[in-house]
Ligand binder design. Structure first.
Ligand SMILES: *[C@@H]1O[C@H](CO)[C@@H](O)[C@H](O)[C@H]1NC(C)=O
Ligand SMILES: *[C@@H]1O[C@H](CO)[C@@H](O)[C@H](O)[C@H]1NC(C)=O
Ligand SMILES: *[C@@H]1O[C@H](CO)[C@@H](O)[C@H](O)[C@H]1NC(C)=O
Ligand SMILES: *[C@@H]1O[C@H](CO)[C@@H](O)[C@H](O)[C@H]1NC(C)=O
Ligand SMILES: *[C@@H]1O[C@H](CO)[C@@H](O)[C@H](O)[C@H]1NC(C)=O
Ligand SMILES: *[C@@H]1O[C@H](CO)[C@@H](O)[C@H](O)[C@H]1NC(C)=O
Length: 525
């Protein structure tokens, strides 16, 4: 049941509201004195009332943090926690007046360095005592890693762990009682942090939502950087123009869109798509155009949709899944620019050489990065037995049009867990479920039913059937596990259709009968 710090009736008089605000301010201002956390320095406490326009002048400019409007009353506390003599995290706890008793930790993205204020706003609004941290450095650049392995350690695991441990202490000090259940919500690097917690700090969370995880991090970073070498700079013979990527996308749809029984621009299972670009080859005697490719360009396309192998022939990382081309055009991997995170990771961590040229990336670099495995950032342990033993639950999801982290890595991890633990899906289901979310880009966006409650701006509903966060809460607290996730396709604020996303290894197919916009006309097979 909720702990309401200020007695509130359904309709508050303005006098009662003012009294409540004073009460909240008082509670919040007392918090700094109540905290007794080792190695921590409280910067400020601030009572934020619903409707406040919050701006974040302390956020690093590269975090590009815009203003946010608070939806509920909460106490905001910001602090610094030293993690070594030469590293530390900046973290915040947002403690709602109308508390559910739940604790929640948010994650980060890319190589940053930025608190996920938007996620914090989402979950504080749902009554979770919420924390976020800067992952050990400020901003999006990897430069703070240079010659400081402690900052790398914070990034690899120590920030998310410290944030959870300290965050629970703050929550307890504020409410004068321990939280009931603890949760984690993150995507991308945040998804990796969720799995790192599950693999190495199984006591931190009772329920984990991990989207598009950047796990197998060393090899992911090599793979992300290898596109630049395949594609080359704009104008080089291997490079495709954005218009040509549009042609490739249309051709992929022509070859594969019907495999799920319905042609709608969305592949329900891109793993079934073995795309061949031959039909786009320019006729003999003509030059490349927006609608046709040279043999060299076709070869670029083939290599992008092929697994990446190392010098020893071992798989480094699976292929880019077909279907995400437009979300990646003309950005990111197809831009003809080096990928910034790969460049930073190799410059500031692997080679400790700010002058390292990302155009020289090759199999020797892949092998070195994997062998160094800085601060054990790999995040690929297939042993989740500690999570299982203590009854925690993991909801893993991945958008099937992910233009940054190929969704094909996620089934590999799921299968790796199944094989490491010798468990069939039926038994994994007790504590670990993986959902493939069609028509969805990296963490959010995309033409499909991409609203699954993974964030504040992607929540069409708070019903557990439709919301990954509330699904994991129900699973943990009531034992009802999600069988599927009902996603919503939202255009200009309106739900235009819904579709159920299946639990791996099932895949979604149209039954052939009825309106395909009706989720009941599809089935998981
Ligand atoms: C909130 O504050 C920011 C900067 O302080 C300002 O740019 C923005 O217009 C404000 N938003 C609203 C809705 O008042
Ligand atoms: C990060 O930013 C905060 C707020 O501006 C600042 O107090 C802190 O010292 C910075 N941390 C690092 C490691 O630069
Ligand atoms: C507290 O949360 C509950 C459950 O979401 C809600 O019904 C109630 O209106 C909230 N109370 C206040 C004062 O915000
Ligand atoms: C192909 O491009 C070359 C170089 O721009 C040009 O000389 C040639 O005329 C073009 N051929 C055709 C068939 O357009
Ligand atoms: C990472 O890539 C190396 C080759 O560079 C390979 O030997 C290794 O098995 C890969 N690791 C994982 C976890 O996929
Ligand atoms: C959404 O809004 C944009 C801009 O107002 C408009 O151009 C577009 O047609 C709208 N789409 C739909 C499906 O309503």
């Amino acid at each position: 049941m909720r702990v309401i710090l200020c007695a509130a009736t359904a309709v508050l008089s303005s006098l009662a509201t003012a009294t409540c605000t004073q009460h909240g301010q008082h509670q919040c201002s007392k918090l700094a004195k109540k905290l007794n956390i080792q190695d921590a320095t409280v910067w400020f406490t601030e009572y934020v009332s619903a409707g406040t326009n919050m701006s974040f002048p302390d956020a690093h400019p590269t975090c590009a943090q815009g203003a946010l409007t608070a939806g509920v009353d909460f106490c905001r506390v910001a602090l610094y926690v030293a993690t070594s003599s030469r590293s530390g995290i900046s973290m915040e706890a947002w403690l709602p007046s109308n508390w559910t008793g739940r604790f929640l930790s948010t994650g980060n993205g890319g190589l940053n360095g930025c608190l996920s204020y938007s996620d914090m706003l989402y979950t504080v609004g749902l009554g979770f005592a919420t924390v976020g941290a800067n992952n050990g450095h400020n901003g999006t650049s990897g430069e703070p890693f240079l010659n400081n392995p402690d900052v790398v350690t914070d990034f690899a695991w120590r920030s998310v762990h410290t944030n959870a441990v300290v965050g629970k202490q703050i929550s307890k000090a504020f409410y004068s009682k321990k939280h009931t259940k603890s949760y984690y919500l993150g995507c991308s690097t945040g998804g990796r942090q969720g799995f790192k917690s599950a693999q190495s700090f199984p006591d931190d969370f009772d329920g984990i939502v991990a989207g598009a995880p950047a796990f197998n991090f060393n090899n992911l970073t090599s793979w992300s950087g290898h596109f630049y070498l395949r594609i080359g700079a704009p104008g080089s013979p291997t490079f495709l123009t954005p218009a040509q990527w549009f042609a490739v996308h249309a051709d992929i749809m022509a070859q594969c869109d019907g495999l799920d029984g319905h042609v709608d621009g969305i592949l329900e299972d891109p793993q079934l798509c073995h795309y061949r670009p031959e039909s786009l080859l320019c006729p003999p005697g003509t030059n490349a155009s927006s609608t046709c490719l040279t043999g060299t360009q076709a070869s670029t396309v083939r290599s992008i949709f092929s697994n990446l192998h190392g010098a020893d022939g071992a798989l480094v990382y699976p292929r880019m899944q077909p279907g995400s081309e437009l979300l990646g055009t003309p950005y990111i991997y197809w831009s003809g620019q080096p990928f910034a995170y790969t460049a930073d990771w190799f410059r500031y961590v692997i080679h400790s050489d700010p002058a390292w040229d990302p155009a020289t990336l090759g199999p020797a670099d892949y092998a070195l990065a994997d062998a160094l495995n800085p601060a054990d950032i790999r995040t690929w342990s297939g042993d989740l037995s500690k999570v299982r033993a203590r009854g925690a639950r993991i909801l893993h999801w991945h958008g099937l049009q992910d233009q940054i982290i190929s969704s094909e890595i996620s089934p590999l991890y799921y299968d790796h867990v199944a094989r490491t633990m010798n468990l069939p899906s039926g038994e994994l289901d007790e504590f670990y479920r993986f959902f493939r979310i069609s028509g969805t880009g990296h963490c959010q966006g995309g033409p499909g039913a991409s609203f699954i409650g993974q964030g504040r701006l992607a929540a069409a509903s708070l019903e557990p059937e439709q919301n990954v966060l509330m699904a994991v809460v129900r699973w943990v607290e009531q034992g009802t596990a999600p069988e599927s996730i009902l996603g919503s396709a939202v255009v200009n604020g309106s739900v235009v259709y819904q579709r159920r996303h299946c639990k791996y290894p099932l895949r979604n197919v149209y039954t052939g009968e009825g309106d395909p916009k009706d989720p009941d006309t599809w089935e998981c097979v």
